[in-house]
Write a protein that binds this ligand. Structure first.
Ligand SMILES: [Zn+2]
Ligand SMILES: [Zn+2]
Ligand SMILES: [Zn+2]
Ligand SMILES: [Zn+2]
Ligand SMILES: [Zn+2]
Ligand SMILES: [Zn+2]
Ligand SMILES: [Zn+2]
Length: 485
């Protein structure tokens, strides 16, 4: 332990400072001695407090892949390494550093225009480890010269062209195709179809090489454009006609049949008059006049006599006829013959005046009054007449029609004998209750059952079936009329 000098109070300042210095030096020495003592103590305690348990480790040579080590002994008790079994000296670090690789270089290869190259390769000759891997250097490709390519063959529409140059690097000839240009389309105008020729639609061709790329399609002929029908032969009622139509474009002529027209029926009824026949039901063709239906002849109507005139037409009683006076208490005249009359249409008056007996009715026509008068065509008998004698109109071969007044009640036998032209006997009076007889003694006679309403049928009975018979209306039905046989 060091001595400690206490500071004195109230000492001289120089003396105090000297005392303090001595004290510090003394303390430092003491401290140093204490430290040294402790270190020695520790060393003695460490090395000497146990018996080493040594394990031998032979020397290991280092390589380029692993570290090596020196020869040493290792104590398992204290964990220290020693240079010998006795532990005479400790080894702080047994490691020997790794060896460096032994580099070997394989040469690379330069790339060319067309072939790839590669870089150098480096590896360790000892361990084989690759230090620098080989890398591919891509082919460089040819180097186009400054002038570029020159064309060897021009490209066409469909063929590729060719151009070449010499590589500025390797001197090889470089070939390069020039793509085909493709066609240049151009319309080939078509032609319209007509009635004589087919047409063609627009096509397409190449304006450069002329190749047809699309053919125009055929357009069928058009129909003719025929004009109006021109009649060449007119159609008739029963005959076909011929027409022609001409194509306005090409002049082609098409003949056409014009159908027969058929008849054009026109009714041709002709009314009968007092003196002339008419026609009923007659049909003719209005175009060709052919009679299509004959129809029937309507006998003349006969005059309607009142006061010696016809009330239906301007005719008046025939003049020159021959009359006879009755010469009895009943005063009347009888028509006896044609006399000086030249009429072809006889209009019998209903009253007469012979200038002697005065004006009186004409009541009868005597036997054979007009027999053989071949010029007479019609006879109109007035209502005043009630009897007509035997053969009164026999052999009147031109006589067509007779009209009997409404009061005629008897007609003698053979009254119309041999009247070959007679087509009409017209009753103005009754057509019923007529009888015929062949024997004057036969007062009853035979009832005429045939119809007398139709003048033509009546005429047939008078000139045929009952020509020899006398005709009369049953006397009981009417009275006050003269009967003659
Ligand atoms: Zn030990
Ligand atoms: Zn190596
Ligand atoms: Zn090249
Ligand atoms: Zn082309
Ligand atoms: Zn035509
Ligand atoms: Zn006709
Ligand atoms: Zn008349």
């Amino acid at each position: 332990m060091a001595e400690e000098q206490m500071p004195s109070e109230g000492g001289a300042s120089e003396g105090s400072r000297q005392n303090k210095k001595k004290i510090i030096i003394g303390v430092s020495i003491v401290v140093a001695l204490i430290v040294i003592f402790i270190v020695i103590l520790l060393l003695l305690l460490g090395s000497c407090t146990h018996h080493h348990t040594m394990v031998y480790h032979p020397a290991v040579s280092p390589t380029c892949e692993s570290t090596g080590s020196v020869q040493y002994w290792h104590c398992e008790e204290c964990g220290n390494d020693y240079i010998d079994e006795e532990g005479s000296e400790r080894i702080e670090d047994v490691t020997i550093d790794m060896l460096p690789h032994i580099e070997v270089t394989e040469a690379g290869k330069a790339a060319t225009c067309t072939e790839e190259g590669y870089t150098e390769r480096k590896y360790c000759r000892s361990c084989g480890e690759e230090i620098a891997a080989r890398e591919v250097i891509p082919a460089l490709g040819h180097e186009i010269p400054e002038g570029g390519f020159s064309v060897v063959k021009e490209a066409g529409c469909t063929e590729e062209g060719l151009e070449t140059c010499v590589c500025a690097r390797c001197g090889d000839t470089i070939e390069r195709t020039i793509p085909a240009k493709g066609h240049t389309e151009e319309i080939v105008p078509g032609t319209p179809a007509t009635c004589t020729a087919e047409g063609k639609s627009d096509g397409i061709r190449c304006s450069v090489c002329g190749e047809v790329l699309k053919e125009g399609e055929t357009i069928p002929k058009t129909a003719h454009r025929y004009g109006e029908t021109v009649v060449k032969v007119s159609a008739g009622c029963n005959s076909t006609g011929v027409g022609e139509r001409v194509c306005g474009f090409c002049g082609d002529v098409k003949r056409e049949m014009i159908p027969a027209l058929g008849h054009d029926p026109v009714s041709e009824d002709v009314p009968a008059t007092c003196e002339t026949s008419g026609r009923k039901g007659r049909v003719v063709c209005g175009r060709c006049g052919e009679v299509l239906e004959e129809g029937e002849i309507v006998p003349p109507l006969g005059h309607e006599i009142v006061g010696n005139e016809c009330i239906n037409c301007p005719a008046t009683a025939s003049e020159g006829l021959e009359f006879k006076w009755s010469n009895n208490s009943e005063e009347y005249y009888m028509l006896a013959g044609i006399g000086t009359c030249t009429d072809t249409h006889i209009l019998v008056p209903d009253v007469y005046d012979d200038g002697v007996n005065g004006e009186h009715p004409v009541k009868s026509i005597l036997n054979s009054a007009f027999e053989g008068c071949t010029s007479i065509i019609t006879i109109s008998i007035p209502h005043s007449i009630n009897g007509i004698g035997v053969s009164a109109f026999a052999d009147c071969t031109a006589l067509v029609s007779v009209t009997l007044g409404e009061n005629v009640r008897t007609l003698g036998a053979l009254v119309f004998e041999n009247c070959s032209s007679l087509i009409g006997v017209r009753f103005k009076g009754s057509t019923e209750y007529w009888n015929v007889r062949n024997d004057p003694a036969d007062s009853e006679g035979i009832r005429v059952t045939d119809s007398l309403d139709d003048p033509a049928e009546a005429a047939e009975l008078f000139t045929g079936k009952y020509v020899t018979y006398s005709w009369f209306i049953s006397g009981s039905r009417r009275s006050g009329y003269l009967f003659l046989d």
